[in-house]
Design a protein around this ligand. Structure first.
Ligand code: ZN
Length: 342
């Protein structure tokens, strides 16, 4: 299944994590004429057109001319050379137009004052429209998440003093109290709950109209992945989940999540929607789920696009048999839930 996850997985870079603290080595890479950079402004990558293709990488020397970067992070290296990520200040780009098409995408059209020929586009749009290769999309995801960390961690969470970037942008240190602050990755459980020929899909209020997807939620402190799956599903839909099988993961740079995709076996059928979280939640047959993926559902309902792991989980389930569960496991999980709701 991992190969079927499209969006933001498959980063080809050697991250050079053992070299990051060697400032001389990092400076040498930045001085390499082959050094390239991806550049973001207001969370969106700046792209250049070459024929029909959109390219995310710019020669580092040129990228530095786009504007005074707030931070330069060493992303890693591949066969073409070292690759950096630069973050321009928000003011470097101006809004050209904004189109709200009801999707989850950021449809702002931004433009750089001194480089109006460059295109600035939301990563969701680029992923949905297949405008970049899979490796380049993954690299931009890495850049977006790490640059978001720098944009939001300028001050020490322990003492409030300004922090300083260190280790080629993979840490921020506090000169006042000595605390070291590492970039965050936020774990999210996303699960397709199944029961025989049926799967459970819901829709949040902010979803595009008629789109249904897997349930999902942040994994909390002190919680296993499996426990998070059972808690989230029970809270949002009232459905009791037994066996949980991990399927695949996906970096999700909005802003810095890691999605853990799971298949969960339902032990109950009656849905009780949490109206705060979901607008609707239903059981769908395999035939309906297939129709939603192929955009021929008779009510016009559809599933998320190929860049989303929810789509991969659905496709995975449509190809496979349901997950098995021993009878004693079913009994113990159902009993525990019954006690909780009594
Ligand atoms: Zn501090």
């Amino acid at each position: 299944m991992p190969d079927s996850v499209e969006g933001f997985a498959g980063n080809p870079l050697d991250r050079l994590s053992l070299l990051r603290e060697d400032a001389a080595a990092v400076a040498q890479m930045a001085a390499d004429p082959a050094a390239m950079a991806v550049v973001l402004v207001q969370s969106m990558p700046i792209l250049r057109a070459e024929g029909d293709a959109l390219l995310a990488r710019h020669p580092l020397a040129q990228a530095r001319d786009f504007g005074a970067a707030e931070i330069e992070v060493l992303l890693g290296r591949d066969e073409s050379g070292p690759l950096f990520a630069l973050l321009l200040p928000d003011a470097a780009a101006q809004m050209q137009e904004e189109a709200d098409d009801g999707s989850l995408s950021d449809r702002r059209r931004l433009v750089l004052q001194n480089k109006p020929e460059l295109q600035i586009r939301d990563l969701r749009v680029l992923a949905a429209k297949n405008r970049l290769t899979r490796p380049e999309l993954a690299i931009l995801g890495q850049a977006k998440s790490i640059l978001h960390y720098h944009a939001t961690h300028g001050f020490c969470a322990r003492c409030g003093a300004p922090t300083v970037a260190f280790a080629a942008g993979w840490r921020r240190d506090c000169p006042a109290c000595g605390a070291r602050h590492f970039p965050r990755t936020d774990p999210v459980a996303i699960m397709l709950v199944v029961d025989g020929d049926f799967c459970l899909l819901g829709r949040a209020r902010h979803f595009p109209e008629k789109m249904y997807s897997c349930l999902a939620g942040f994994i909390e402190s002190g919680e296993t992945l499996e426990e998070a799956v059972r808690r989230e599903v029970f809270e949002e839909s009232g459905i009791v989940v037994g066996a949980v099988r991990y399927a695949a993961s996906q970096p999700w740079p909005f802003p810095a999540s890691l999605m853990f995709g799971c298949i969960g076996q339902a032990l109950s059928r009656d849905i009780r929607i949490d109206a705060e979280e979901l607008e609707d939640c239903r059981w769908f047959t395999r035939a309906e789920a297939r129709a939603m993926i192929e955009e021929r559902h008779q009510e016009g309902l559809f599933a998320p696009g190929k860049a989303a792991i929810a789509r991969s989980l659905l496709e995975h389930w449509l190809r496979e048999e349901q997950v098995g569960l021993r009878e004693d496991e079913v009994a113990s999980i159902a009993e525990a839930r019954a006690q909780k709701t009594a």
